[in-house]
Design a protein around this ligand. Structure first.
Ligand SMILES: [Cu+2]
Length: 226
């Protein structure tokens, strides 16, 4: 009798500590998930003649194993010093002009809402696409958009043609088939502004809006205006 009690006691302690360990592991997992934010990347000074600061971005069809545990997800990357990093949190100065150069390495998905194919809220209300100044693109050609709703900035990004040769497979993409888009926007007062893509570009997810479209640091992020 005594030995059976102590045995079940031992069992209870064993089960109890296994459960406790499991809880600790779950806690660690959740806290690391909840606090893992991408690094902040600051805009760099732009050439003095242009004033303001510069952000250099690229979009890729597949982020690849070097940048993510979801190698086939679409993503934005940002240039930091001489490297492409996967971050979508940018720090820019208040009341200033930010010049953006964006290399589009992804193909087109098309917009559901053609309204978003118009350029809005940029300096001059335009963007340049491969050197040509435009105020809208063909909605079917949209690959991604760069939109900061609170600042009224809407920039549609046309994709690489489907038949283009030499397409980039995995990030970082450099020199393979791409479109070059430039635009500038004014920041205004200090604050934290959300930006995001509005193209249903998350291939293989429900309505194209799952996965990278609903996980921070792929197709959306924040602009910290400081
Ligand atoms: Cu997108």
């Amino acid at each position: 009798m005594g030995s059976s009690v102590s045995q079940s006691g031992k069992k209870a302690i064993g089960v109890g500590s296994a459960v406790a360990l499991l809880c600790v592991l779950i806690g660690l997992y959740v806290s690391s998930w909840a606090t893992s934010l991408p690094a902040k990347v600051s805009a760099t000074p732009a050439p003095p003649s242009s004033g303001g600061t510069q952000l250099t971005l690229e979009t890729v069809a597949a982020v690849g194993p070097k940048y993510s545990s979801h190698p086939d997800w679409v993503s934005y990357l940002v240039r930091k010093q001489d490297k492409w990093v996967r971050s979508t949190i940018y720090t820019v100065p208040a009341n200033s002009v930010v010049h953006v150069t964006l290399y589009q390495y992804d193909g087109d998905s098309g917009l559901r809402n053609p309204f978003l194919s118009q350029v809005q809220g940029t300096v001059g209300g335009t963007e340049t696409v491969d050197g040509k100044t435009v105020n809208s693109i063909n909605p079917e050609e949209a690959s991604h958009t760069f939109v900061i709703p609170q600042l009224g900035v809407f920039v549609p990004l046309p994709g690489v043609e489907e038949e283009a040769k030499n397409q980039c497979e995995f990030a970082p993409c450099e020199g393979t088939a791409h479109r070059t888009i430039t635009f500038s926007f004014k920041t205004g007062k200090k604050g934290r502004y959300r930006w995001q893509c509005f193209v249903p570009c998350a291939a293989g997810t429900i309505a194209g809006f799952g996965g990278p479209m609903q996980t921070l640091a792929y197709m959306d992020g924040f602009i910290n205006v400081v």
